[in-house]
Design a binder for this molecule. Structure first.
Ligand SMILES: Cc1cc2nc3c(=O)[nH]c(=O)nc-3n(C[C@H](O)[C@H](O)[C@H](O)COP(=O)(O)OP(=O)(O)OC[C@H]3O[C@@H](n4cnc5c(N)ncnc54)[C@H](O)[C@@H]3O)c2cc1C
Ligand code: FES
Length: 343
């Protein structure tokens, strides 16, 4: 069941990023875990748009439900939120989803957070959770931005550093600033494999460290490679992707196909052009299929293959939970003409 939330406050974080603060609904409160996301539903000019945004707030620490949205160039909803949403507006949202959360009961001594730009949102939520509830874990935030002006939550991070001086280590990586001794926690350049390796080399037991990564594909690869090189194994590594990464090579056997969709008792013929997923083609044709993350993570877009052949492209994690014939339509591409999908 969806909720309708009222915007109680809007905070400008940087030139191109705002935080929307929602009041909890009066009757049934929304329960969420630090690191999960909220999916917002908009109707603009008669068309429905659905976008997930990670909570930047932390349950038990902040009373508002907060999400933080950075403009994407030519992006429809991120710019709509930055330009049009006002205090007092109501927005329909889906129940919280996502498994990018702190693993309870683990015996970590050090938890590393690796983020770039808006990737900080789920990280800050989990960081606040750990700092407020687990006193014996050291938290390392490695955060990449152009400079201080574009650093989302700069003040919040500084305040956390002052409140938890023994527990929180912050390293800011800036690509467009000259580093001098007045900025002791500042490192010039991107978070790359060498810099990640240098940070990890100061740790002792890899089994007692966890890593949370949220940022572009390059960041994830660099950090994973550094972990592999430093410890000789990849364990306790968790990541959240804001965008699906597709390898053009996976499309070699994919061609434009005409398929058929059975949705809410109606049959829809649909042309799916090469490169577009079945979900993207359906939304483009105004068939309002259910979806949320569009990264192959949440299962909201699940469909059943009745005939023909399809394949999924761009899944960042293995999905062993899908039954035979079930596919996530946000990353599914038809391979043959006679594809029929039922939702
Ligand atoms: C689980 C999850 C959590 C997310 N949390 C946040 C969050 O906390 N804060 C936040 O700002 N965003 C977050 N996002 C991204 C967000 O959902 C939207 O994808 C983003 O705001 C762009 O939407 P749009 O409508 O403006 O762009 P669209 O109109 O959908 O896309 C316009 C163009 O931008 C490209 N594009 C789409 N998304 C991105 C992106 N993230 N970065 C760069 N280019 C992109 C598209 O390929 C397209 O070419 C999250 C995404 C996921 C899957
Ligand atoms: S929309 Fe989330 S898995 Fe497809």
């Amino acid at each position: 069941m969806n909720f309708t939330l009222k915007v109680a406050d809007i905070r400008k974080e940087t030139e191109d990023t705002v935080t929307l603060c929602f009041k909890q609904p009066g009757l049934k409160k929304i329960k969420y875990l630090a690191g999960q996301y909220l999916t917002l539903i908009f109707r603009i000019n008669g068309r429905r748009y659905i976008r997930p945004y990670s909570f930047s707030s932390c349950p038990g620490v902040e009373s508002f439900l907060e999400i933080t949205v950075k403009r994407v160039q030519n992006g429809l909803i991120s710019n709509h939120i930055n330009d049009m949403v006002q205090i007092g507006d109501t927005i329909e949202v889906m129940p919280p989803m996502g498994d990018f959360i702190y693993k309870e009961g683990s015996e970590f001594t050090d938890v590393f957070f690796w983020g770039v730009g808006s990737g900080i949102t789920p990280l800050i939520s989990i960081i606040k959770y750990i700092l407020s509830s687990q006193t014996n874990i050291r938290v390392h935030l490695n955060y990449g931005n152009k400079n201080y002006e574009t650093t989302i939550f700069r003040d919040q991070i500084e305040k956390l550093g002052a409140k938890y001086p023994e527990q929180l280590v912050v390293r800011n990586f800036h690509t467009k600033i000259f580093v001098d001794e007045s900025h002791p926690n500042l490192i010039q350049g991107r978070i790359d494999q060498d810099k990640a390796l240098q940070i990890l080399s100061e740790t002792v037991d890899g089994h007692k460290c966890a890593h949370y990564i949220c940022g572009p594909a390059g960041l994830k690869e660099s950090v994973k490679q550094a972990i592999q090189v430093n410890y000789g194994f990849l364990a306790n590594v968790f990541s959240e992707d804001f965008e699906m990464v597709k390898d053009p090579k996976d499309f070699e056997d994919v061609h434009t196909q005409n398929i058929s969709i059975d949705f809410e008792g109606k049959q829809y013929p649909l042309e799916v052009s090469k490169g577009k997923s079945i979900l993207e083609a359906a939304l483009h044709a105004d068939i309002e299929l259910p979806y949320s993350c569009q990264t192959g993570n949440c299962s909201t877009c699940k469909g059943k293959l009745i005939s023909g052949e399809v394949k999924m492209i761009g899944l960042s994690k293995k999905r062993d939970d899908l039954a035979a014939g079930e596919f996530l339509l946000c990353c599914t591409h038809p391979l043959t003409e006679n594809v029929q999908i039922s939702i």
